[in-house]
Design a protein around this ligand. Structure first.
Ligand SMILES: Nc1nc2c(ncn2[C@@H]2O[C@H](COP(=O)(O)OP(=O)(O)O)[C@@H](O)[C@H]2O)c(=O)[nH]1
Ligand SMILES: [Mg+2]
Length: 289
């Protein structure tokens, strides 16, 4: 349930734009308040939260989102079995409710559709589980608003994730997958598996993310698509916290995720080497970048 702290005056969710009735979702957007978008001069930032059973952590996550520079916060609920929707409504978020559980990737498809429809220039994806330090949002979106990057990753590995409580087996598997992805993508990133990212509007309009998996590997497919369509990718450090509610993915699901990531790498290589073209990696339209 929400904490008792008084709610500060926020200017989120002001202005036009809300998700409408794309199946399989029902919408519950906050009534639009005053029309002023606080960051109109430098770009409209929309934060999206793919939520599943986030009632116990949502308010803490929300409180850390800077109120200036964020025009709208959208939460997509994937049929949570707890009070996520009630808490989100109480906080005044734009809430979109899936009619059936689609999974983490399916949830993000709805998030990005809604953010684009809300007129976002930059979209921040933030897990509502209070794992990532949301006060870092301005630093994360800055390169996107500047027009110097299309994808920004909030990296746990630029700091000390073990000190933050990351289990050692997650640390090791992240290192292995990240090394392989760096080799395949020709990049030098510190990690690819973070739940704190930002995208440019151009990236989301170019990449056919609807073709991606509805499961956790969605995030890895999206990075492969960004590389294949020559998007500019950057990263900043983000402190993370590990506690019970912040980590529900168990060992078995992580193994499936790891194997799926290896498949994404293999498909990317085949596409790059022109052995087998992938529609997912081709982009919706040609980009000049
Ligand atoms: N839509 C959806 N999201 C899920 C599901 N399981 C977990 N999530 C979300 O996926 C995100 C990552 O999961 P989490 O357990 O925090 O992973 P970890 O922190 O990497 O161990 C969280 O924001 C969860 O709310 C699911 O079945 N459906
Ligand atoms: Mg988590």
């Amino acid at each position: 349930m929400p904490e008792k702290r008084p709610k500060p005056a926020r200017d989120h969710n002001a202005g036009a734009g809300r998700a409408t009735d794309a199946a399989p979702v029902a919408t519950d957007a906050t009534p639009a308040a005053a029309d002023a978008a606080p960051v109109a001069s430098e770009g409209r930032v929309v934060v999206v939260m793919p939520a599943y059973n986030a009632a116990r952590t949502l308010e803490r996550t929300y409180r850390d989102i800077p109120s200036s520079g964020v025009a709208k916060i959208i939460l997509v609920d994937d049929v949570s079995r707890d009070d996520t929707v009630a808490v989100a409504r109480q906080l005044g978020l734009d809430v979109i409710i899936h009619r059936q559980n689609l999974g983490y990737g399916g949830n993000q498809k709805t998030c990005y559709d809604a953010a684009l429809e809300a007129g976002a220039d930059a979209v921040v994806m933030l897990h509502p589980d209070y794992q990532y330090d949301a006060t870092r949002i301005p630093a994360l979106v800055r390169p996107i608003l500047d027009g110097t990057k299309d994808l920004m990753l909030g990296s746990r590995f630029l700091g000390d994730p073990l000190a933050g409580g990351m289990p050692r087996w997650k640390f090791v598997s992240n290192r292995v997958l990240t090394t392989l992805e760096n080799l395949a993508f020709g990049l030098h990133l510190s990690e690819y598996h973070t739940g704190f990212r930002a995208y440019s509007r151009g990236l989301l309009e170019t990449i056919p993310y609807h073709l991606n998996s509805n499961d956790f590997v969605f995030d890895q497919e999206l990075v492969a698509q960004a590389v294949a369509t020559r998007m500019r990718i950057g990263e900043i450090a983000v402190p993370t916290r590990y506690f019970k509610e912040a980590s529900s993915v168990n060992f078995r699901r992580s193994v499936v995720y790891g194997l799926s990531t290896l498949r994404v790498i293999a498909r990317f290589m085949l596409h790059r080497l022109r052995v087998r073209r992938s529609r997912k990696l081709a982009g919706r339209k040609t980009t000049s970048r």
